[in-house]
Structures are given as structure tokens and as C-alpha cells.
Design a protein around this ligand. Structure first.
Ligand code: 3PG
Length: 317
């Protein structure tokens, strides 16, 4: 899987600055505990190369990038330390060309159309937009997405829990980065649980999980309809019958035959089903083959394990 694909499944990149390389491991563990096996360690401190080395050794599952890389020398240090990709705040042609020539994944910072075009010239498909909020935020990214149909964006700078969904809603925005998941006062005080909390909150918000409907299995249509009528009386919601089920409102599905799940299923909708699958897999859940729509896009997917006889499936919002 390439870095564009991996980062777009992760969706979020916490941006880290550590003064002490020893802090990087507990910090990245805290981020992982929050549900995110991704981090960008910035070359804003001299501790960066050792910090990257430490994390690479102790947490091989962490998708580790080196950020704020300003020179070719720093690229070399970052790669030697084990960084899987390089991020830069601005578009430095020397750094970009070194990375491209040496097959080092590079996500250069761009702040204007000219820099996006320079990145296209290098054959890049993903650039960082920095400093995103100051440049005009979502409006700016929408404008950039128009002409550059083959470019994808990972904005950073001023992004936080309140505005992240506005960015992630743009199709060309594959991930957002920021330091808000790694509050500097928490890092200073080594309060790792605060990092876990901030990361977990961000992941939860990004996935936007909501109970969509509950399905109840019957083995024949009359019993399913009888159940649907009772539920309609209780809730006042209308019944809508289809070949396979009777829906009561949008919340209750009375299946006329045995659908997945011993007793039925619980459908949980999400902002991005591919991302949700990826995040749940990181947590150890396994899935069946996805169900796809007419365009071949995944729109539902069942987890392998049931809860109390109910199969769980994710649903694209
Ligand atoms: C970066 O390196 O991309 C930015 O410094 C992150 O900006 P933020 O601190 O506003 O998230």
C-alpha cells in the first residue's frame, strides 16, 4: 500500500514536536492507544532523528513520517532513522527532487497554485497545504481542487477538532494533520493519557459513527410483518415493505428471512466506510467481504463477530 492510500485510510496525522527523544515512544504509544497508528515527528528540535529511531524500533506498526524537513541532509537523517515519508512546510525543489530521485515518499507543503503545479511536474499525487487556515481554509482547498483534478491534499496549520470535518468532507482532502491531538502542555507534563483522549476524540469525530438501524431476523414474511406492525404501533413510524423486509421508519428492519446474524443485525453508519474498516481492523476486528453499490464502491460491510447474536455492519452515510 502506498503512502497516499495509507494516509487517506488513516485520515488524521498528529504532528509531534519532542524536546527529548525518550518521550517519542510513550507519546506514539498514547497516539496508538487513541486509535491512530500514525505520527509525524518534526525536525523542529534536534531530538527528531533519535525520536524517529526510537519509535521505529519500539513501535514498528506506527506509520511514521518526518515533518518540517527543510534540507536534503535532514531527509537523509530522517530516512536513516526510519521515517517512511517526508513532509515539508514549503515547496523546496531541491528536497523534492532528491526524494523523487531516491524513491522516498515526499509530501511537500504547497501554498499556491504554482507550487501545486511544480509538485505535479515531479509526478506527485499528494501535497500538504500549509498553513491551511491562514491560506483561506476550506474555501482555498475547494478552489485548488477545481483545476488540479489529479492532485490530492493533506492540509495542516490551524486545523482542530472543530473544523477537521469541513476539510475531510472535501473529496480531494485525503487526510488532515495537526498538533491539536498532541497538546504541547500534555507533552511537556508527560500526561500521555491526555494525548490518547485527544486522539481518540478526533478519530471518533472523523468516523462519525451513528446507530442507523436494527434488523430482526424472521424465517417467514407473515411473522416479520406482524413484528413490523407491533413496532409501528409502539413508535408511530410508518411501515415500508420490500421484497426482503419491512422497514418501520428508518430504524427497524423486520427481515422476512434469515439475514446475517443469529437474531439480526445492527447497522452503524459512518462518514467514511473504508476508513472505518481500516480503523476497526487496527483495533483487531475482522470483516467479511464488503457489499458494493452499482459503481462497485463499498457501501456496507459486516464484522465477522456477532454481539449477542446480532451481526454488526457498517454503512456508508
Ligand atoms: C505543521 O507542521 O503542519 C503545522 O505546524 C501544524 O499546524 P498546527 O500546529 O496548527 O496544527
Amino acid at each position: 500500500m502506498d503512502i497516499l492510500e495509507s494516509l487517506s485510510l488513516a485520515g488524521l496525522v498528529p504532528i509531534i514536536k519532542v524536546e527529548d527523544a525518550q518521550d517519542a515512544v510513550p507519546l506514539c504509544q498514547a497516539i496508538m492507544a487513541g486509535g491512530l497508528p500514525v505520527a509525524e515527528i518534526t525536525f523542529r528540535t534536534a531530538a527528531a532523528p533519535d525520536a524517529i529511531k526510537n519509535v521505529k524500533q519500539s513501535i514498528p506498526g506506527c506509520m511514521l513520517g518526518a515533518g518540517t524537513v527543510l534540507t536534503v541532509d535532514q531527509v537523509k537523517q530522517a530516512v536513516d532513522s526510519g521515517a517512511a515519508y517526508i513532509l515539508t512546510p514549503g515547496f523546496n525543489p531541491r528536497v523534492v527532487s532528491y526524494c523523487v530521485e531516491n524513491n522516498i515518499p515526499i509530501i511537500p507543503g504547497c501554498s499556491c497554485p504554482g507550487e501545486v503545479e511544480a509538485a505535479l511536474e515531479f509526478g506527485l499525487k499528494l501535497v500538504k497545504i500549509f498553513p491551511a487556515e491562514s491560506l483561506g481554509g476550506v474555501k482555498f482547498l475547494k478552489a485548488l481542487s477545481g483545476p488540479y483534478v489529479n492532485m490530492n491534499f493533506a492540509p495542516t496549520g490551524g486545523i482542530n477538532e472543530d473544523n477537521m470535518l469541513d476539510y475531510l468532507a472535501l473529496p480531494k482532502v485525503k487526510a488532515v494533520g495537526g498538533s491539536w491531538m498532541v497538546p504541547s502542555d500534555a507533552v511537556k507534563a508527560r500526561e500521555w493519557s491526555k494525548v490518547t483522549e485527544a486522539t481518540a476524540r478526533a478519530v471518533k469525530k472523523m468516523l462519525g459513527l451513528e446507530l442507523k438501524h436494527v434488523g430482526i431476523n424472521y424465517d417467514n414474511a407473515p411473522d416479520a410483518l406482524e413484528g413490523a406492525r407491533m413496532m409501528s404501533m409502539i413508535t408511530g413510524l410508518p411501515i415500508k415493505e420490500s421484497a426482503g423486509a419491512a422497514m418501520v421508519g428508518a430504524e427497524y428492519e423486520f427481515c422476512k428471512s434469515k439475514k446475517p446474524g443469529t437474531h439480526g443485525h445492527i447497522a452503524i453508519s459512518t462518514n467514511d466506510i473504508r476508513r472505518a474498516k481500516w480503523h476497526f481492523e487496527f483495533m483487531g476486528f475482522e470483516f467479511d467481504e464488503p457489499l458494493t453499490n452499482s459503481e462497485g464502491k463499498m457501501n456496507a460491510i459486516y464484522m465477522k463477530k456477532e454481539i449477542g447474536g446480532f451481526a454488526i455492519h457498517l454503512l456508508q452515510k
